[in-house]
Design a protein around this ligand. Structure first.
Ligand SMILES: N[C@@H](CCC(=O)N[C@@H](CS)C(=O)NCC(=O)O)C(=O)O
Length: 262
């Protein structure tokens, strides 16, 4: 049996659900409410000591790290193989899997400096926010979260994020000039693991990051969003009200982000 501990709108959880949907696998859901602090429950910390989602359990094996988890899921069935067989495409994919760690951090920085910052301020006092930050196990993660909440788009973490994203879009746009998907004519694991990150920026109304300079990324995003896996793994978990609220907050921050991008 496949069990997935995940959160509704977390990008890494979306990634895991996309892979499961692409493979057509059945799985048992364990929802973790990150806002309520479910990730700090002792039983969950035993599975994932850094208090993050997703975590997958299969036949007693605990898999953390969403990219690794997607690769593992790909191996569970022969249906719709996602890892390319050809060596060069396989290693291009492997590089994207590694780069997802810094891409995740970039998306996390942009999200927490904008959307999550406003949500946090609306829902909690400064003291409550400090108490929540104190529960984050890694002091570096805690320091970053505090900085983006305090400085918003002026945070150095946002500048670092935009550096990573520019490289990501450049390196996506190059192959997409010649093929529909990142590793060729066939949809693959690189497409699977990058979708949720680009989609988050799209949902924040920040498509201006690629529209002018990297339009092929927009074409790829639209094609990815048309796949049935997108509706099952992402849209199904976000209410229209939540989607509208996300876009509204993102739009308010967009001029500050756009000024850093030019
Ligand atoms: N590199 C990890 C990152 C995991 C991660 O940071 N997940 C976020 C959600 S996307 C999380 O659980 N954050 C906990 C929190 O916000 O308290 C992965 O890809 O699985």
């Amino acid at each position: 049996m496949i069990e997935l501990y995940h959160a509704a709108s977390s990008v890494c959880s979306q990634k895991a659900r996309i892979a499961l949907a692409e493979k057509g696998l059945e799985w048992q859901s364990h929802m973790i409410d990150l806002g309520k602090g479910d990730q700090f429950a002792p039983a969950y910390l035993r599975l994932n000591p850094e208090a993050v989602v997703p975590t997958l359990i299969h036949d007693g094996l605990v898999i953390r790290e969403s990219s690794l988890l997607c690769e593992y899921v790909d191996r569970l069935s022969a249906t719709n193989p996602l890892m390319p067989r050809e060596t060069s495409a396989e290693f291009t994919t492997r590089l994207w899997l590694l780069r997802c760690i810094s891409i995740h951090e970039a998306i996390n920085s942009v999200s927490f400096a904008t959307l999550m910052r406003d949500r946090e301020r609306a829902a909690h006092t400064a003291q409550e926010t400090e108490a929540a930050l104190a529960r984050i196990p890694n002091p570096q993660v805690r320091a970053k979260r505090r900085d983006v909440f305090l400085n918003g788009p002026d945070s150095v973490y946002v500048q670092g994020a935009l550096h990573v994203l520019r490289r990501q879009f450049e390196d996506m746009a190059a192959p997409l000039a010649n093929s529909a998907w990142l590793t060729g004519a066939e949809y693959g694991l690189a497409d699977t693991v990058l979708l949720a990150y680009v989609d988050r920026l799209d949902r924040l109304g920040m498509a201006g990051l690629w529209q002018k300079k990297f339009p092929a990324v927009g074409t790829w995003l639209a094609a990815s969003q048309r796949r049935p896996s997108y509706a099952r793994a992402i849209t199904a978990y976000i209410s229209p009200e939540d989607a509208a609220a996300t876009r509204k907050i993102g739009a308010a921050y967009w001029p500050a982000i756009a000024a850093l991008w030019e």
